[in-house]
Design a protein around this ligand. Structure first.
Ligand code: GDP
Length: 300
């Protein structure tokens, strides 16, 4: 009888459905799949793989992860990225970015205890200053905003690339913000690599829903996930959601009830801060929407 081949260690660098590309420690890549019904790995996960044939493997288990991000659409919420060091959110003056999606992305980052950085792209356009002003609230609350143009390679290399070095960064942006332009400036062969992969599969259609980790030339990696709409926040606790609103932190200490949800309770420090104009009503409305969706998801 042949001995079981020893398990290999690796990192998931691409996911499509139940198929995963795993970069094996020590070199090489394998196309892997999972067995059984349990939730599969996410891109960025460290896994153990049992080799199967020359280029394939079975994912045996997922090593403990530092964090996990979910994306959601109208139907469901699905895990898609793990072990992230930085969330990079690409916004632009046009098309207009959504405050709601931006706020949700920052709640997801806070819930995972991952720092976020906003790129305000297309700084060359006349609307850039107004777009920056719209970001003033969250900038004051601690999320840095870097204004640049993805078309200007010098800016990318001198101002952005050093902040990504040796970190695993999750790149996010609504369509049209310049995310692909930015990705191709940071990883010059990204587009070519994606195309080569879809040719190897014999089709281009896989590229649209593929989450992919690209190694950065200076060290570190960038995870791109096409078609970003929204984060899944259903897994967050009410406490996690609160953490996503740093402006609540001081007023919460004034709440009369220890389990105050900051919606309608008498003696609520957050509601008092809104009355005083210290917390914006839009941000509180976003908090309420997220909390209510979260509770509705738990009821079903
Ligand atoms: P994605 O949908 O976020 O991947 O956006 P793309 O990278 O495809 O960019 C959308 C459009 O914005 C393209 O026409 C880009 O050439 C343009 N674009 C990207 N970055 C900049 C920029 O910094 N300045 C200007 N003016 N246009 C940009």
């Amino acid at each position: 009888m042949m001995a079981e081949p020893a398990a290999l260690r690796g990192r998931v660098v691409a996911a499509h459905g139940r198929h995963y590309d795993v970069e094996i420690e020590g070199g090489g890549q394998r196309q892997c799949y999972t067995r059984g019904k349990k939730a599969g790995p996410a891109v960025g996960d460290q896994v153990r793989v049992r080799p199967e044939s020359r280029q394939e493997g079975v994912i045996l288990d997922i090593l403990p992860r530092r964090n996990l991000f979910y994306r959601s659409d109208a139907q469901r919420s699905k895990q898609f990225a793990a072990n992230i060091d930085l969330l990079l959110l690409v916004l632009a003056p046009e098309p207009e970015f959504s405050d709601d999606l931006t706020g949700r992305a920052l709640v997801a980052a806070a819930g995972a205890e991952v720092p976020a950085l906003i790129i305000l792209n297309k700084a060359d356009l006349p609307g850039a200053a107004a777009a920056r002003a719209r970001l003033a609230t969250i900038e004051v609350l601690g999320t840095p905003v870097l204004m640049l143009s993805a078309l200007d390679n010098d800016q990318i290399q001198t101002r952005l690339a050093p902040r990504l070095k040796d970190r695993l960064t999750l790149l996010l942006g609504q369509s049209g913000m310049g995310k692909s332009t930015l990705l191709n400036a940071l990883v010059p062969d990204a587009l070519a690599a994606t195309q080569a992969h879809s040719e190897a599969l014999g089709t281009g259609r896989h590229t649209t829903t593929r989450t992919q980790l690209y190694p950065l030339p200076g060290g570190g990696g960038l995870i791109d996930s096409p078609g970003f709409q929204a984060f899944g926040l259903q897994h967050l606790t009410a406490h996690d959601i609160e953490q996503g609103f740093p402006e609540f932190a001081a007023p919460i200490t004034e709440c009369r009830f220890y389990n105050c949800t900051h919606r309608h309770e008498p003696g609520c420090g957050v509601l008092a801060a809104i009355q005083r104009g210290d917390i914006s009503t839009e941000r509180h409305a976003l908090y309420m929407r997220i909390l209510e969706e979260n509770e509705a998801a738990r009821r079903y």
